[in-house]
Design a protein around this ligand. Sequence first.
Ligand SMILES: O=C[C@H](O)[C@H](O)[C@H](O)COP(=O)(O)O
Length: 218
Amino acid sequence: MSQSRLKIEVARAALSEVDSGMVLGVGTGSTVNAFLDELAGSDIQLKGAVSSSRATTEKLAETGIEVMDLNHVGELELYIDGADEVDEHRRLIKGGGGALTREKIIASASRRFVCIVDESKCVKVLGDFALPVEVVPMARAFVGRKLVGLGGRPELRDGFETDNGNLILDVRNLDLLDPLKIESEINQIPGVVTCGLFARRPADRVLIAGEAGIRRLG
Ligand SMILES: O=C[C@H](O)[C@H](O)[C@H](O)COP(=O)(O)O
């Protein structure tokens, strides 16, 4: 099965997590877009959605779902999002599309986070995927040196600006065996907005589409 077919399969499986009348937190990326297509074709009627990026806001508008401001909705019942890497403890690397900060805010503001991936995203140890770190522009070089001090090899994502007006450093070579520790170490560097590790706020459930069907973690 192709990867895009697997994305559709897991998107379809995620519909059973969603109820009509919900205000849903919605992540960013191609798997989430597949989910929104499936949602549009279902009979689920959301009250609205909180969006994690401009791209998702546009997609929600096309789908006819009202986009709501997180400041006006309080705690969300459910957040649905994809990931770039997932381990067996439901810890994630996210931010391949640069939306990590808003994604982490909405995931943290939600009671449940259901992550939807195809099996190519599953790893034993996080870190093959370069870790995205969102950085305030004037701190780019300073943060880069600190990341080198942690053993990383940061590379500026060329020509990319986040929805928050910041930069992304993609960091290779970090030892992520203890993702909780490295997540807080990176997040404590002044100038870092957040890093793409979701260890402090892992997914509550991961739905994984593979050749054998849908596997669930959590
Ligand atoms: O910033 C982007 C997000 O973290 C996405 O959830 C992640 O990159 C996965 O995207 P996709 O579903 O396109 O593989």
